[in-house]
Structure formats: C-alpha cells, structure tokens
Write a protein that binds this ligand. Sequence first.
Ligand code: ADP
Ligand code: 5GP
Length: 191
Amino acid sequence: MSLAPLIIVSGPSASGKSTIVRRLLEGPWPLRLSVSVTTRPPRINEQPGVHYHFWSVPEFLHAKDQGFFLEWAEVHGNYYGTLDNEVTQYRHLGQGVVLDIDVQGAEQVRKRCPDAVSIFIRTSRFETLEERLRQRHTESEDAIQKRLTNARAELARAGEYNYQVVNDDLESALASLRAILGPLFQRSADA
Ligand code: ADP
Ligand code: 5GP
C-alpha cells in the first residue's frame, strides 16, 4: 500500500498558511497537521501541543542531536522543527499529513520524502503581507520588520515548489488547494 499524501505548505509570514490549513483540516480528506516544535514563545491563544510544541533551546538541540527531526531550521531568529513521529506513522495508517514549514525545511523534506507535494502560498501584492501582519496584532514592530525582510527571501524561492497558490481571496485560494489535493487522495486511496 502506498503512503498517504505528505503536503508541504510554505509561504511568507501572513500569506495565510495557518488560515488555509485550518480550513483544509475540516475535510473531506483524512488529513492531519503535523504539530511542529518551536523555541519561540507562544502567542496569546496558542496552546501547547495544539499549535506548537513549545520547547526550550536545550530541549530542541537535544532532540536534534538524537535525530528526532524530519527537518529543522532557524526561522526569524528561533528554531523550528518537524518531529518524525508527527508524520511517518500517520502516513502508514492512511492519514495524510500537512506540514506548515519554511523554505529551508521544505528543501530538507523534499530530499528525504521525494513523494511530498509542495505548495507555496503567496499574495499578489507584497504590501498585503504587511497589512495582514499588522492587523493580526501578534508581533512586535521588530518582529514584523524581520518577517517582512524574510518574506522577500522566501518569495525568491517560490519556484522550487510544485504549485503556487495566490491567497488574495480566501475562498478562491481554498478552491485551488482542493483541486490540487483531491487527485492526491484519490490516487492514494486507489493504490
Ligand atoms: P500565516 O500562517 O501565513 O502567517 P495567517 O493564516 O496567520 O498567516 O494569516 C495572517 C492574517 O491574514 C490573519 O489575520 C488572517 O486572518 C488573515 N488572512 C488570511 N487569509 C486572508 C485573506 N484571503 N484575506 C484577508 N485576510 C486573510
Ligand atoms: P510562526 O512563528 O509565524 O508560527 O512561523 C514562522 C515560520 O516558521 C513560518 O514560515 C512557518 O511555516 C515556519 N515553521 C513552522 N513550523 C516549522 C517547522 O517545523 N519547520 C520549519 N522549517 N519551519 C517551520
């Protein structure tokens, strides 16, 4: 039996990755979000084990040295990583897994899991990212500037992805994503 789909979602901060992934998890496919580890502090309303596993830097480095991560990277000045046990066992059980990870992590996952399908979420205007970051009220001015600088570097690597989806209008973006995901789940169910 082939493994259930592995879907990588990347894109600049505030392009709408979490919003889109949350909607995709509502169905109709057997899909779970891999809960990443991060060393950044939780935002208001973020729950440990739900949005992230919030670990200290020593805890993160220990897990890295033990080889527990499928991929890891330093992003916006903090460590982030995908635990292998958030991914592989579920794919074997027929459950698709979506990774919301940055461009560096995506590169590592493509190498280790060549069947992964990668999707880059973007907006048609760069300014939209700044507007959304400010409206979200989750980052300091310093963090906003860091994220906007990184956004340009991430956008420069959009061509490395299998698909690019523009999230100006949420429902149109979701329709595009569903058109990509549908055949993947169909194929894995037929195999
Ligand atoms: P990311 O996970 O990529 O950092 P979020 O999903 O947190 O981005 O989205 C950033 C902000 O933009 C949030 O406040 C979200 O509600 C909003 N947002 C997401 N998609 C859209 C859209 N298509 N139109 C308007 N606002 C959006
Ligand atoms: P945020 O702090 O806004 O939740 O996420 C910041 C960035 O880190 C986003 O680009 C997100 O995709 C990325 N990220 C989240 N989890 C992981 C992970 O496990 N690995 C990698 N490489 N990047 C991650």
